[in-house]
Design a protein around this ligand. Sequence first.
Ligand SMILES: *Cc1c(COP(=O)(O)O)cnc(C)c1O
Length: 345
Amino acid sequence: MKKLFFTPGPSQIYPKLEKFMGKAFKNDIPSISHRSEMFMEIVKDVERELRVLLSIPQTHHIFFLSSSLESMERIIENSVKKTSFHFANSAFAEEFVATARAKKKKTHVYRFLPGERIPVESVVIPSTVELICITQNETSNGSCVPLDDIYTLKKRYPTIPIALDIVSSAPYIATDFNKIDCAFFSVQKGFGLPAGLSILVVNDTMAKKSRKKGYHNFPSLLSKSIKNQTPETPNVLNIYLLGEVVKDMNKKGIEIIRQETDDKAAHIEELGSLFIDNARIRSKTVIVLNAGGKTNEIREKLKEKNIIVGKGYGKYKDAHIRIANFPQHSKEQVRMLVAELKILM
Ligand SMILES: *Cc1c(COP(=O)(O)O)cnc(C)c1O
């Protein structure tokens, strides 16, 4: 029997993915040249659909990279000469910090606890900072930074660009790109696709300002993007599949997807034992439960029913259960999971 994956990436695949995959092979997608008319049409389609789904304005460009860790590194290399600022409460935000340090940048890090809210009204960002990095949805602990708080920060520091990690909250999160300079996500989370593709959204100023040389410098990505191409031979198959998935999501409508995500999250939250108490800073797309040391036992019992959930991250490995609540998870599937967990927790 096939398994049902509630792991926060890679996760359950998009329900129609097999059908899209069949269509891709029928149309020779894995063999076509990335300089062909056909590929350029695919890129044009994906871009158009993504702009509709996520309200990405024409002021922002869409680049295709290989992973979100690559997106972090390219953002740092292309937009920070000396100093970056990071908000961090766990693993993925720390990854952004580590990336900047590996590139010899001076990093200011505001660390806060998973249940805490960032005091955006008073936090001080030094004038030397060239980029503010925020992990909007922290996949490792189920906390999130509310968009309103990020916009408040932008209002206080309008001239410093913000780079937003929305890897595990896209497409649910309704980012206002008039206030966000740059954001990125991977397709193996909320798009239900195989891993190996990250979408980086960058505003025109940031894209053109870069002085980086070599692979995936923003100006080279931009000059190809204008022609609906990429500098390298990209993951053509996954780009095509993303186009099909996003088209399908647009047919349903992002508002419905968001409402369904809220409804499913509310159902999971009824279980109680939530690691993040405060609903304002609790993620709707990755929900983390305190399993009271029973993580392994619960995961094993669920596995017998072909349901796979995530274990805790780092020091919470044996204490947490992480549940992805992505668009590809149906209401019925979530209901089934919750019913099982009610017995086990
Ligand atoms: C998964 C994840 C990443 C890393 O994505 P990759 O595609 O594996 O590079 C980065 N940030 C967050 C918040 C994530 O959940």
